[in-house]
Design a protein around this ligand. Structure first.
Ligand SMILES: [Fe+2]
Length: 495
């Protein structure tokens, strides 16, 4: 029976399903792309291949597409393909949706019982010469960085015991190690967390498990040079609710939050738990770093969960515009026994933070994140929470200095990637997709190149896209030299 897409925020506006795999070479460039930008901007774009089984389905359930801007010699190519997860392939064969509600296998067609439900739609991750498409409810899928063909599920040659892999691993810029975790590591609604390290060559060298205080959604974590930090916010899962066909996540406004901190090469038994206020939530951490005996954690904090469907499942009825919060610094004094920490707001509300790769886990000067432009008019419908950002902020959290690139009314912005400059006195470049409403339900998109230290100047180059683009979640930049290294390693292996 043919079904159309439901007319909700998850399937309209910039979330209107497109589902077209396409590629184009030599896109028009307005302005000039700096010659030092050589590499690939990979993007994770959720886009449902089929209308959902249930009308209350959400954008986060959409099949992952992996997109790639290839930039070389000032020229730009583009390609986008579906990640061929087990779920995508089963539904492609059936020609309709078989999997049910967001992260609830009890709502699936019995024919797919026990099959991999992940849609690999959240973050492209590059480590040790491999590209993975990740979502936190399953393992990552390895994708060929040249062709975007799916290679298969990634479990470190069978070594990883965790059934899940975060969409936010952290890579140490000096050691090349990747620190990561998986929650619900041994199954639905479990409190088990796997904390693991892969070395610079991509081998799994450590995996330890511990319990979190309750089964919460741990979307992101942080590392410093000596510590791993796990914030736990009170959005919880419940197996009985799932069995009744209900929501995976429900936000509990009265429940306390926690932060677990352990030596990053230590044992999970060394974890120290710090207690935080009730009801708060953060999906993304900007950075963390050490400062003598103290540890600072900078995060995009809000006073409730930013996702309407998670709030409502917990009985929290609050409009998206009434969510409070801001870029916040938590400071932990590790030399004392106390289980509390200091808090101060350092910047306006926003999310989707971006850091220079080299600043990961270290004291840093500047970061960038998305926010709302007070002069930008009503936000466009789109993106994971249904309300798109329309400003880019550069902040120096140490002194509070802020610069903003606010978009005009009717525009939206997706998370940028940062490209390092070869000039030591230059802060590099930001690449991002910007959307503009041209008609009630028609949008045009452009790739923008912006000087990371001079947002006010606006884009130095723009690349109009010939076809519409669905809202992106996260992206990653891979310099041409790393792509080439990976290619020659593959060729050596083949020879
Ligand atoms: Fe994320």
């Amino acid at each position: 029976m043919p079904r159309s897409y439901p007319p909700t925020i998850h399937f309209t506006g910039l979330n209107t399903p497109i589902g077209v795999e396409w590629s184009a070479r030599n896109l028009d460039v307005i302005g000039e792309i700096p010659a030092e930008i050589e590499g690939a901007f990979f993007r994770a774009v959720p886009d449902p291949a089929h209308p959902p089984k249930y009308d209350d389905d959400i954008a986060l359930s959409a099949d992952g597409m992996v997109a790639k801007f290839t930039i070389s010699g000032g020229k730009v190519d583009y390609a986008i393909r579906y990640v061929e997860t087990e779920r995508y392939m089963l539904e492609r064969e059936a020609r309709h949706a078989l999997f049910g509600r967001y992260r609830n296998p009890f709502t699936d067609d019995p024919a797919v019982a026990g099959k991999d439900r992940t849609v690999a739609n959240t973050t492209p991750v590059w480590h040790a010469g491999r590209l993975f498409m990740t979502k936190e409810d399953g393992l990552g899928y390895e994708v060929d960085p040249d062709t975007l063909e799916t290679i298969g599920r990634w479990d470190y040659f069978g070594a990883l015991r965790s059934r899940t892999f975060t969409a936010h691993p952290r890579i140490d810029p000096e050691t090349g190690e990747m620190f990561f975790f998986g929650y619900e590591a041994d199954g639905l609604c479990s409190t088990k967390i796997a904390y693991a390290i892969a070395d610079a060559q991509g081998n799994l060298v450590s995996e330890q498990w511990f319990d979190q205080p309750y089964c919460s959604t741990i979307h992101d974590f942080a590392i410093t040079q000596n510590y791993a930090i796990f914030p736990i916010f009170p959005t919880t899962a419940d197996l009985d609710r799932l069995k009744q066909g209900g929501a995976h996540w429900a936000h509990q406004q009265e429940l306390e939050s926690w932060v677990g901190i352990m030596p990053r090469y230590g044992k999970v038994e060394e974890m120290r738990w710090f207690k935080g206020g009730p009801g708060i939530s953060a999906f993304h951490i900007v950075n963390a770093f050490e400062d003598g005996g103290r540890l600072h954690l900078d995060l995009c904090l809000s006073d409730t969960n930013a996702f309407g469907f998670m709030r409502e499942a917990g009985g929290v009825m609050r409009d998206q515009r009434e969510i409070g919060g801001g870029l916040t610094r938590w400071t932990f004094d590790l030399s004392k026994d106390a289980d509390s920490y200091e808090e101060r707001v350092v910047g306006p509300p926003g999310d989707m933070p971006r850091l220079r790769d080299a600043d990961q886990g270290r004291p840093y000067r500047a970061a960038w994140y998305l926010s709302m432009n007070p002069q930008g008019g009503p936000p466009l419908p789109g993106g994971p929470v249904g309300v798109a950002f329309n400003a880019l902020i550069r902040i120096e959290p140490g002194n509070g200095r802020i610069e903003m690139m606010g978009l005009e009314p009717g525009m939206a912005i997706n998370e940028p990637v940062h490209v390092e400059s070869t000039r030591p006195d230059h802060e590099g470049w930001l690449l991002m997709v910007v959307d503009r409403r041209v008609d009630e339900n028609r949008f045009e998109s452009e790739l923008w190149v912006v000087d990371a230290a001079n947002l006010n100047a606006g884009p130095v180059a723009r690349v109009p896209m010939p076809l519409p683009m669905r809202a992106q979640v996260h992206g990653t930049w891979v310099p041409a030299a790393k792509l080439e290294q990976a290619r020659s390693r593959q060729q050596d292996k083949a020879a």
